[in-house]
Design a protein around this ligand. Structure first.
Ligand code: BGC
Ligand code: CA
Length: 435
């Protein structure tokens, strides 16, 4: 059996394990049952909802869920009849990222083993150990590289700290055959990139971490992997670029895509152009009182329409729209250089007569988050014009929910809300203000 085959089998079994954890595109039957129960409870609540509690609400980027188990917070997802989540398919993206790294290793062969010790060593930057997307990506990479071990929740996604000797119980050594020689694949180090003030996915922390790792075991690092491009680019600029060590991220931010020309090895587009559209489009449809699929699976009067199954998926039990991901590598990066261009099929201006201006309150959990500030918000600002929405953008500090909720002092001023939480468990901090 060739190594590619081993990789895909490992990936497939890991994917079924991740699905059980309930984060991402599909639901297990247990999750569906509890979703149905929660949804009838919420229907009763929704019938009574009035005032701010009845206004359209979309959660985005951080799905209301238990940060330890990944279980979805169906109370928050069913807050009222006009509540949805918009994100992307975390499992499909994680599988793509893992496969991209695995393919690179098999196709670049023995030249990757920089110190010739027979081990392909990689380090991993983890964004937030309690965030569905981060957990899925850590699992996807470990599964594809054969370093995954199972724990009670599926594939173990805990950081190893340092594991240069291969003794960590959060991972195992994988093995891979390159040109007839078997190499060990080892996760040499990984940590959650959280700064001292508490902000997660922190690029500066990742830039420092690679410096620390490189000075103690630098020649053992053959590959650098990150849960996102913000951290990946910090590591690339601090160390891997000048040492020619392939570095992989996630998000396809414009700076990361441009860096592919300088040796950044690859990233994943989570189709932010589709997500930003959906975030505002579901609010628009609820405000207009039209079918939720208008301009989504069904063309609107202006001709906007997405393709279900290619651009996105909808999971009714989870009240969630998930954009689909695409791998961006040296082969196709030219098509992704500007991450802030609206998606052509949904770039038509709505008529202000039928869709009059409405006010939306929207927060970004951390104004310094690379993906949200450099890719997502610029897209939102283009779509808000096209959809006739007057959006007030609030940028949080990435650390405390109250930094954001303090600025939702007067919800009466707004017609709808779009919420990006600091922590996925904290939906009630927002909904309590709408009650
Ligand atoms: C992105 C990260 C970002 C995080 C914020 C993820 O989906 O990939 O780059 O930091 O969302 O919640
Ligand atoms: Ca090596």
């Amino acid at each position: 059996m060739n190594s590619k085959k081993i990789f895909s089998i490992l990936t497939a079994s890991a994917m079924s394990a991740t699905l059980l954890a309930g984060c991402g595109g599909s639901s297990s039957s247990a999750a569906a049952t509890s979703a149905a129960a929660a949804s009838s409870a919420a229907t009763a609540a929704a019938a009574e909802a009035t005032g701010n509690a009845a206004k359209p609400l979309v959660w985005f980027n951080r799905q209301p869920s238990n940060s330890s188990t990944g279980e979805l917070d169906m109370t928050a997802l069913n807050w009222n009849k006009d509540t949805y989540y918009v994100g992307f398919d975390a499992n499909q993206g994680a599988e793509l990222q893992g496969q991209m790294v695995a393919d690179y290793i098999t196709s670049h062969g023995a030249e990757l083993d920089r110190n010739g010790d027979g081990i392909i060593g990689y380090v991993l930057a983890i964004g937030d150990i309690g965030h569905n997307d981060s957990i899925a990506r850590t699992r996807g990479v470990r599964s594809a590289l054969g370093t995954a071990v199972d724990d009670a929740n599926g594939v173990n996604a805990q950081p190893v700290g340092t594991n240069v000797d291969g003794s960590s119980t959060n991972v195992q050594d994988g093995s891979i055959e390159i040109d007839g020689t078997t190499y060990v694949v080892r996760e040499l180090a990984s940590q959650e990139m959280k700064n001292s003030a508490g902000a997660t996915w922190d690029a500066a922390t990742a830039g420092n971490a690679i410096g620390t790792w490189a000075s103690s075991f630098g020649d053992q690092i053959d590959v650098v992997v990150s849960n996102n491009d913000g951290m990946g680019m910090a590591m690339f600029n601090a160390w891997s670029k000048e040492n020619n060590v392939p570095t992989f991220g996630y998000d396809a931010n414009s700076d990361a895509v441009a860096a592919i020309a300088d040796g950044y090895a690859g990233t994943i587009s989570q189709h932010a152009d589709v997500q930003a559209y959906l975030t505002l489009r579901v609010l628009r449809n609820c405000l207009d009182g039209v079918d939720i699929n208008t301009g989504i699976s069904v063309a609107d009067d202006a001709g906007n329409v997405l393709t279900e199954g290619t651009d996105y998926e909808y999971n009714a039990d989870q009240r969630s729209f998930y954009a689909l991901n695409l791998a961006v590598t040296a082969d196709n990066y030219q098509d992704f250089l500007d991450a802030t261009v609206t998606y052509k099929p949904v770039s038509n201006q709505l008529d202000a007569g039928t869709s009059p201006t409405k006010k939306v309150w929207l927060d970004i959990y951390n104004a310094a988050d690379n993906f949200l500030s450099a890719t997502y918000q610029p897209l939102l600002e283009k779509y808000d014009d096209l959809l006739n929405l007057d959006v007030e953008y609030i940028g949080g500090d990435g650390q405390t929910e109250s930094n954001i909720t303090n600025r939702l002092g007067n919800p009466d001023q707004y017609d709808a809300f779009a919420i990006n939480m600091v922590k996925t468990d904290n939906a009630a901090s927002y909904t309590s203000l709408l009650q």
